[in-house]
Design a protein around this ligand. Structure first.
Ligand code: PLP
Length: 379
């Protein structure tokens, strides 16, 4: 099988699994317990916090563990909304559903959600922000890199516009984390969500990295865990796995990015030779592992299913919304024609992807596209 869907999830690193097993098998203590076996778990959680903070460019005391990127996004958004008077929230229209859905719920309780304008390349228009920020603007949300197109925002500049006015900015860093360098402390954003399973860690673990000067109400209130910001007994083994995955990602960041960039170039050169392929956002700064393209005259979901029959796993957009028949909201927000958007396919590579796999993928895709063209022209 060729797995080219790393933005949906990534396989667990062997070293991560090995690090996790003892915390299921032997070290089952509750991190809140005072006894020795409890302290072993607590120490493991704190060691993982340092590892995750290291990859985020933050200090360990700025990391709160959650059940994943979705919960971290909700914690930032609902946690801010709980301590601020209702007003305007500015958000980019290309966010993941775990950002858009809580905002939709807030819009039904007196909040005004205003979408940021985008360039055709999928980047936030900075000039729009200048006119949209007003005294009613309570906070803003903008992802660092998009899960579908891979487009990387100039998040530093966006953050400066908000920070200078004292307006908190929450950044969804789930796709950027571990793929490009992030320096939370040097950045000027207030919160950043990250997730373990996108970087070779386990599913169901994530974190919110936060600026301690911004107040936040916990989503889950309980036993005071995570400095009162996230109640509930910690997922010790999962957190340990997240820590190891973060450390591996940090160690290999530069080398991995180069490997992925080279593979993506090979893939895009191959795609350009095929008829009726449009690579989206190809002029933009993108994650080194991500390519989204349209296959003219074909339905993206059909292409995904045909590739699956040949043993190749890709996505027709965001994996989390692959049940949707609507074209990608990300492409529509970039004013891509509906039919072209419907033909979108996303390939997301990973550290274990190879040139041979890229070449095999291109051959299979070429056969698929030329078969469809022959059918359409009646041959
Ligand atoms: N944010 C983005 C940009 C994502 O791509 C995803 C998952 O695909 C999430 C958030 C949700 O993360 P999790 O699966 O850890 O809940």
């Amino acid at each position: 099988m060729i797995y080219f869907d790393f933005n949906a999830t990534s396989p667990l690193h062997e070293a991560v699994l090995e690090a996790m097993v003892p915390y299921y098998r032997n070290f089952y203590g509750n991190p809140s317990s005072l006894h020795r076996i409890g302290r072993i778990s607590r120490d493991a959680v704190e060691a993982a916090r340092i590892q995750v903070a290291g990859l985020a460019g933050a200090s360990a005391s700025q990391v709160v563990f959650t059940s994943g990127g979705t919960e971290a996004n909700s914690l930032a958004i609902c946690g801010l909304a709980d301590v601020l008077p209702p007003g305007q929230i500015l958000v980019s229209p290309i966010e993941h559903s775990s950002v858009l859905e809580p905002l939709k719920a807030l819009s039904e309780t007196g909040w005004t959600v205003r979408f940021m304008e985008l360039t055709d390349g999928g980047r936030v228009c900075e000039r729009f922000l200048e006119s949209a920020i007003d005294p009613e603007t309570r906070f803003a949300v903008c992802m660092i890199a998009n899960n579908e197109t891979g487009v990387i925002q100039d998040i530093q500049r966006i953050a400066e516009q908000f920070r200078d006015l004292g307006i908190p900015l929450h950044c969804d860093g789930v796709q950027a984390f571990g793929k490009i360098a992030i320096d939370f402390s040097a950045s000027r954003f207030s919160f950043m969500s990250v997730s373990a399973h996108k970087i070779g860690g386990p599913k169901g673990v994530g974190a919110l990295v936060f600026d301690k000067s911004v107040r936040l109400e916990p989503l889950l209130k309980g036993g005071g865990q995570e400095k009162g910001l996230r109640g509930g007994t910690e997922n010790v083994a999962g957190i340990v796995g997240f820590g190891v995955a973060a450390e591996i990602a940090q160690r290999n960041l530069g080398e991995n990015a180069n490997h992925l960039f080279r593979l993506r170039q090979r893939l895009e050169q191959g795609l350009k030779k095929l008829p009726s392929i449009t690579i989206f956002c190809k002029q933009e700064k993108r994650l080194p592992n991500t390519v989204m393209f349209g296959v003219g005259g074909m339905d993206g979901e059909m292409v995904v299913m045909e590739l699956d029959r040949k043993g190749i796993a890709v996505s027709s957009g965001s994996a989390c919304s692959s049940q949707d028949t609507e074209p990608s909201h990300v492409l529509l927000a970039m004013r891509v024609d509906r039919e072209v958007a419907r033909s979108a396919v996303r390939v997301s590579l990973g550290s274990t992807s190879t040139e041979t796999e890229v070449d095999q993928f291109l051959v299979v895709l070429q056969n698929l596209v030329s078969g469809a063209h022959q059918k359409a022209s009646g041959y």
